[in-house]
Structure formats: structure tokens, C-alpha cells
Design a protein around this ligand. Structure first.
Ligand code: AHM
Ligand code: MG
Length: 329
């Protein structure tokens, strides 16, 4: 598979590697790619939407202007629900799972997604993204929330779309990580980053230092070490997980949103954010931990469960986690 090939061709070549494949996954993924392109076009026009009417008001055409994260959520559901490959979906923006059966044929996959991650950056023209995680289920099963509560190890596919200076789609099915860049003039994603590997050790640390007054001793000690002369690390924090993660994936580094005195369970969501990025980082040779163990091994007890997240270059994550294990009293 060579750099420059279209995502459509890449998906078909991948499918051919499995002669017994039904093509369901490829079809499901193709729907997802359409959702990505539509959301990307909404994000690209977000500034204009602001000029033509603020969220919650009417634009010059007399249409209701929606908040971009709500629009992304709706677009994702509408584009994915009718394909016949899914049984249900779960969105970070919605309390309960969304059943597709009844209206459309029921398939043997479920998908979890964060429609627009980095919501605080939407109104200020800073990169945001969509994160997704796909699980396989028994065909014809009456899906309940319990069917979603699986450890990250059971994901069959995970990825994200980053709406940055270019729109990129990065995903894994457990056979390496590949990145595709959208050429807006053609409307196609092209393979731009083949078999991504994260550097074993990086020079960047990403954490919200504004939370330092709430930090546990291990976090404070690790960040002190990261800032020391010997470590020579530099800080970068966008505040959109997907953007911070993507930069560290390509350049090497570590992202931390640990548990602290204020957010004792961390802030980020295990199933919409941590699990998919953990699958990707591990496939790229990196690591993801909650400070106690591997993210991918955690069995969720609820759909919107939060988790501490320490993710990135393997040596950096291992070093950071060792600081939580140092007795501090
Ligand atoms: P969101 O899904 O509502 O956008 O929240 C998740 C975001 C992440 O993208 C980002 O890493 C984090 O929240 C930033 O949080 P904070 O502003 O507390 O640093
Ligand atoms: Mg999010």
C-alpha cells in the first residue's frame, strides 16, 4: 500500500486480505468516512455560520443555527444509522444508547463516538476532532447498554478525525495505524502517514498546569522532573485531546489528564476518548495508563465513565506512572 492511494482503495485492499470477509466492516467504515467529510465541511464553515447567525438564533435564511457539537452529533447519527451494519450507537453527547433497529436493518457492530472533541475550542478557530470506537456484537442481538461495557481490548477498530490545518483521519483495526489527509478539492482522503510509529521517547509534555493546585504529589513530581534541565522537555497544550494526542503521536511525547483532588476519577471519558486513543497508541508502539494499569484492560461499569489518562511515548508513560508509585509520605 503506497502513500498517495485513496482511502477507498486502501479499505478494499485491506478487505481482500480476508477472503471470508462479508464486506460489512468496509461498508460501515465508508459511511463513517462520509460523516467525517460532512462534519469537516461544517467545521470549515463555522466562522461563516457565526457571521450569518449565532447558535440558538436564526441565520439570514431564517434557519435555526445549531451549535457545532450538536450538528456534528446529529450528522454522525444520521449518516451512520441507515447502513444496516450497526445495531446501536453511543455518543458522548447523549445520556443513553441510540438503537437503530426498528427503523433500519440491524447489523453486527456498535459504535461509540465523541462527535466534536475539544468543545471549548470550537468558537475560537482551534483544532477539534471526532473520536470513534467500534465493537463487534452477535448479529441480531437485542443490544443493551451492557453490550457497550467492554474493555478497550475488545475494540475492532478505533480512530479519529482531526479538523486541523488539514482534515486527517487516523485509524487502526489492530494492524498498525494509518493516517489519511483529506484533499478538499477532490473530496477524497489520501494515505499520507503509513504505519505510524510513535517515538519511544519524546520531548513534549501536555498537561493543564492550571490544575496544579489540585495535583496529587506524583503528578507534581513528574512535571517537575519533565521541566528539569536533564529532561529538557517542552510544554504544549491545545486543550483538544485529539490535537494534543495527534501531535504527540507524530513527534513523540506524553499527554496527561490524571486524577487530582478536584477530579478524583479524572476528566476524560473511558469509552469515547481514552479507549480509542489507547488502541491507536499501542498499535503505534506507545502506551496508555490510568496511573494504575493499562487503559485497554479496564472493564467499564457505566457508559460515560471517566478515567485518568496518561498516554503517549512508551518510555515517557512508564516513567510518569512510576512517579505515582513512589511513596510520598
Ligand atoms: P470535551 O469532549 O467536552 O471537548 O472535553 C474533553 C476535552 C479534551 O479535548 C481536552 O483534552 C480536555 O477536555 C481539556 O480539558 P481542560 O480544559 O480541563 O484542560
Ligand atoms: Mg471529548
Amino acid at each position: 500500500m503506497s502513500v498517495g492511494m485513496t482511502l477507498t482503495k486502501f479499505l478494499h485492499e485491506e478487505q481482500r486480505r480476508y477472503p471470508n470477509s462479508s464486506g460489512n466492516f468496509t461498508a460501515l467504515f465508508s459511511d463513517l468516512v462520509i460523516a467525517a467529510k460532512i462534519i469537516s465541511s461544517h467545521v470549515r464553515r463555522a466562522g461563516l455560520a457565526g457571521i450569518l447567525g449565532a447558535a440558538g438564533t436564526q441565520n439570514v435564511h431564517g434557519e435555526e443555527v445549531q451549535k457545532l457539537d450538536e450538528l456534528a452529533n446529529e450528522t454522525f447519527i444520521k449518516t451512520m444509522e441507515h447502513g444496516g451494519h450497526l445495531s446501536a450507537m453511543a455518543s458522548e453527547e447523549m445520556d443513553d444508547i441510540i438503537h437503530v433497529d426498528g427503523k433500519y436493518p440491524r447489523g453486527n457492530y456498535v459504535i461509540l463516538f465523541d462527535p466534536l472533541d475539544g468543545s471549548s475550542n470550537i468558537d475560537v478557530n482551534i483544532s477539534v476532532g471526532t473520536i470513534f470506537s467500534i465493537l463487534k456484537i452477535e448479529k441480531g442481538k437485542n443490544v443493551t447498554t451492557k453490550d457497550f461495557l467492554k474493555p478497550g481490548m475488545e475494540q475492532v477498530c478505533a480512530g479519529y478525525i482531526l479538523y486541523g490545518s488539514s482534515t486527517m483521519l487516523v485509524y487502526t483495526t489492530g494492524h498498525g495505524v494509518h493516517g489519511f489527509t483529506l484533499d478538499p478539492s477532490v473530496g477524497e482522503f489520501f494515505l499520507s502517514h503509513k504505519d505510524i510509529k510513535i517515538p519511544e521517547k519524546g520531548k513534549i509534555f501536555s498537561i493543564n498546569e492550571g490544575n496544579s493546585r489540585h495535583w496529587l504529589p506524583g503528578t507534581a513530581l513528574y512535571i517537575e522532573k519533565a521541566k528539569s534541565n536533564g529532561a529538557g522537555m517542552s510544554a504544549r497544550y491545545v486543550g483538544s485531546l485529539v490535537a494534543d494526542f495527534h501531535r504527540n503521536l507524530l513527534k513523540g511525547g506524553i499527554f496527561l489528564y490524571p486524577a487530582d483532588m478536584k477530579s478524583t476519577k479524572g476528566k476524560l471519558r473511558l469509552m469515547y476518548e481514552a479507549n480509542p486513543l489507547a488502541f491507536i497508541v499501542e498499535q503505534a508502539g506507545g502506551a496508555a495508563s490510568d496511573g494504575e494499569g493499562r487503559i485497554m484492560e479496564k472493564t467499564p461499569s457505566e457508559l460515560h465513565q471517566r478515567t485518568p489518562l496518561i498516554i503517549g511515548s512508551k518510555a515517557d508513560v512508564e516513567e510518569a506512572v512510576s512517579f505515582w508509585k513512589v511513596p510520598t509520605a
